[in-house]
Design a protein around this ligand. Sequence first.
Ligand SMILES: [Zn+2]
Length: 257
Amino acid sequence: MQFILTGTASGIPVAHRRHASVLLRHGQRMVLLDAGEGVSASLLSQDIDPVLLDAVLISHTHADHVAGLPLLLQGMHLAEREAPLDIRVPPGREQWFRDWFAGLYIFEEKWSFPVVLRPLDEEIRVGEELRIRPFPNRHLDRVRELAGRHGIPADSFSFFISGPDGGAVVSSDIASIDDIAEAAATADLLIIDSTHVAVGELEAYMTAHPELTVVCTHVPPELEPEAGRHRPDDASGASHPLLFAHDGMRIDLENHQ
Ligand SMILES: [Zn+2]
């Protein structure tokens, strides 16, 4: 299976990165993890037709993870997609998404394809071989009380993906490395939020798990000097333990079992 990092920015807009999204591809199957702003254009720039996505999973509803979703749907409609699209969102937020879409004149009854909106509350099977297990993290804990006063839950998820080539954790946004430490210990690949985890913590975790490939995404501006020095295609950075993502970066997970 292959991961394409289609959006690697943090929540701060920058010129050279789009906001958070990761494409998971295995054979003909394609699943998008988060849909930050610019995701449709980013997929197209990677020669991937967004119309062909099987599912979109939203880890949480911060703007940098969800703002690209309506235009993704609009593109599918204008391309006259017919296949249902599976969209999984944090539990209790389904109606908010329906209301949001309706506010953008995305009315289910008039669209070329059915949108199947369901909560992220169980393992998701994609085709015969891929399994995606969402698990909760503490990213939104700090806003839980205020969110509650506004009548909305504050749930946020990371993903464990398993397939014939091994296992991977895509952290999305987390509160600290503790949120994914246990899950990533059994994985071959960790694609991790580098805004909310200190580089030193990550390096310590990698030292304890030398078999794990770690790729830092959600790259904040203050880490750009580091990211520029240690791009995976920069041989001079090869000895550095951390790889920083850039938009369009592809990671193949093969024969890990
Ligand atoms: Zn974010």
